[in-house]
Design a protein around this ligand. Structure first.
Ligand SMILES: C[S@@+](CC[C@H](N)C(=O)[O-])C[C@H]1O[C@@H](n2cnc3c(N)ncnc32)[C@H](O)[C@@H]1O
Length: 226
């Protein structure tokens, strides 16, 4: 069966011509500088606290594109939850294993999560990881995450606000490709994937490095609809 419908929208990752060239390599190369370049993560910490608070103690939480494990995997583990982190970059994962030895980590493209049989989860954190996908894959990824959640499970989701698709930006001496939406389009995309948005925040964020542009960060707190 084709992975495209007549409108050209991707239904699954199977035939989407995924090109991750350079994405993991960039994060491998900058992993030891990443946390210094992105300090002061108030929005992310607030939504991690929401996830930790709303879910019963001992819940299973997936951290998609977990990066260095800081702050999110560490925060959720400290609050008594069982965290599974996945990331494409072995450099980032090495740090996450050091930072959060109690959690479980897998080097995995998020597109392969379903085939890997991970889940179901009570909650999912996806902070600034789906923006690494070409735009046509983002609705697919959200529907896949919906399928990895238990009914009424929670998703803490953040993106950078920008009307761009697979756009190259400078990133700590490397180049990465990122995608984004304006906030109304992001809300529509999240709702179309089967989530209710129960809260949101917007932050103006200036990374510590001049090699990364300032950004508007959108944080959506979501609940899986049946
Ligand atoms: C901008 S960082 C965010 C890290 C962390 N979530 C945070 O907010 O601090 C994006 C992370 O997503 C990972 N990543 C990029 N593409 C991915 C993919 N297709 N599957 C899994 N992880 C991916 C990168 O290696 C990187 O660690």
């Amino acid at each position: 069966m084709s992975s495209n419908d007549r409108s050209g929208a991707y239904k699954d990752f199977g035939r989407s011509g995924i090109d991750r060239t350079g994405q993991a390599e960039a994060f491998d190369a900058i992993s030891d500088r990443y946390d210094d370049a992105f300090p002061h993560k108030e929005g992310q910490i607030a939504d991690g606290a929401w996830l930790a608070r709303e879910l019963p103690p001992g819940s299973r939480i997936l951290d998609v594109g977990c990066g260095t494990g800081l702050p999110t995997a560490r925060q959720l583990t400290d609050e008594g939850h069982h965290v599974t982190g996945v990331d494409l970059s072995s450099g980032m994962l090495k740090l996450s294993r050091d930072n959060v030895p109690e959690a479980e980590f897998h080097r995995l493209d998020l597109a392969d999560l379903e085939q890997h049989g991970l889940g179901p989860f009570d909650g999912i954190a996806a902070f600034f990881s789906l923006l690494m996908l070409p735009r046509q894959e983002i609705p697919v990824a959200l529907r896949m995450l919906h399928g990895r959640l238990r009914p009424s499970g929670l998703l803490a989701f953040s993106m950078v606000e920008a009307d761009i698709n697979d756009f190259s930006i400078p990133f700590l001496g490397h180049t990465i490709r990122v995608s984004g939406y304006l906030r109304d389009d992001l809300r529509t995309t999240v709702r179309d994937a089967g989530f209710e948005i129960v809260g949101e925040d917007v932050y103006a964020y200036a990374p510590a490095s001049t090699d990364v542009p300032p950004e508007i960060q959108l944080f959506l707190r979501c609940r899986r609809l049946p």
